[in-house]
Design a protein around this ligand. Structure first.
Ligand SMILES: Cc1cc2nc3c(=O)[nH]c(=O)nc-3n(C[C@H](O)[C@H](O)[C@H](O)COP(=O)(O)OP(=O)(O)OC[C@H]3O[C@@H](n4cnc5c(N)ncnc54)[C@H](O)[C@@H]3O)c2cc1C
Length: 280
């Protein structure tokens, strides 16, 4: 399924977000791990502040809330043997709270979103999010136990197909050094993994996301998509065995860039921390 924004969770936050995005003309899909029945009857909070009520009105989801909810103009705080009445409308120019269960809010938001043609996928647990680093962003959903098992084999699949290629080129005598290039590819991939950690972990920590340089490297760097194109090009040029060589050196170049960049990031961070003034 293709969309502009994938939202994980049909709780109040995800549902409000989906309606706000829809109002702004942004396409989105909500994925919810639980069933519709479950989220619509999950009892949690029960009091809405004025801002939430106003937002529900703005989004066209407040009709039942006004019919069935109980506006409460006063908060009572029991303290030191007495009761302190807080008169909300007087103290907060006209604002009050409304007693209306969170599960009712969820029901109304789901109904409005579905009525407007929005997509909410229930019993669809998002288990993997990837591609936020410059490739196409994806949320992977598993609807069965076997789906979960599939991910355990991801790394295995990554290695198996170049191994099959190397084996084929070796036994067919097209590339006697096939296993050397395979080893180079695998070692470079492992080193690249370490390099990427050094680039992406600091980016995640600082919540800025990877920069343009890293996105470009990620886009053109060694990975399965690129290898498939390399293989196609070499087959078209009638030299399929060269694909393994190109793949290996492509990965070496990617690993070198990522490792150097990650080293540079560490160096800059160290210099920065040594020039920071000590506190106190
Ligand atoms: C028992 C209880 C009582 C509470 N009482 C109050 C109260 O009185 N007043 C108050 O203000 N607040 C209260 N809260 C807090 C309030 O309920 C939360 O702040 C509110 O639910 C947060 O909304 P949310 O949309 O961020 O998260 P949630 O309501 O938790 O929604 C998140 C949704 O994401 C789904 N999900 C999670 N992981 C995945 C995944 N990997 N893939 C797909 N779907 C996924 C979950 O199933 C869930 O439906 C209470 C909370 C609890 C638990």
């Amino acid at each position: 399924m293709r969309t502009q924004v994938g939202i994980v969770g049909a709780g109040p936050a995800g549902l409000f977000l989906s309606l706000l995005l829809h109002r702004a003309g942004v396409d989105c899909v909500v994925l919810e791990a639980r069933s519709r029945d479950y989220v619509e009857s999950r009892v949690r909070a029960g009091v809405l502040e004025q801002g939430t009520v106003d937002l529900m009105d703005e989004l066209g989801a407040g009709e039942r809330l006004h019919r069935e909810g109980m506006p409460d103009p006063r908060l009572d705080i029991r303290f030191n043997g007495g009761i302190i009445h807080i008169d909300l409308p007087v103290l907060t120019p006209g604002k009050l709270v409304t007693v209306y269960g969170q599960q009712e809010v969820v029901k109304d938001l789901i109904a409005v979103r579905l009525n407007r043609g929005g997509a909410i996928l229930f019993e669809a647990e998002a288990t993997h999010i990837d591609g936020l680093d410059g490739k196409q962003a994806r949320i992977k959903v598993e609807t069965s136990k076997t789906g979960k098992i599939e991910h355990w084999f991801d790394s295995f699949f990554e290695v198996v197909w170049p191994t099959a290629l190397a084996y084929h080129f070796y036994v067919s005598d097209q590339l006697p050094n096939a296993f050397f290039y395979l080893a180079l590819l695998i070692v470079a991939e492992a080193l690249d993994g370490i390099g990427k950690l050094g680039v992406y972990v600091p980016a995640e920590k600082s919540l800025v996301g990877p920069g343009l340089f890293d996105r470009i490297v990620r886009l053109v760097g060694g990975r399965r998509n690129i290898y498939v194109w390399v293989l196609v090009a070499c087959v078209v040029l009638a030299m399929p065995e060269k694909a393994l060589i190109v793949m290996a050196f492509w990965e070496v170049a990617t690993a070198a860039v990522d490792l150097l960049h990650s080293g540079w990031i560490r160096y800059v961070a160290r210099r920065q921390s040594s020039t920071d003034l000590p506190l106190g």
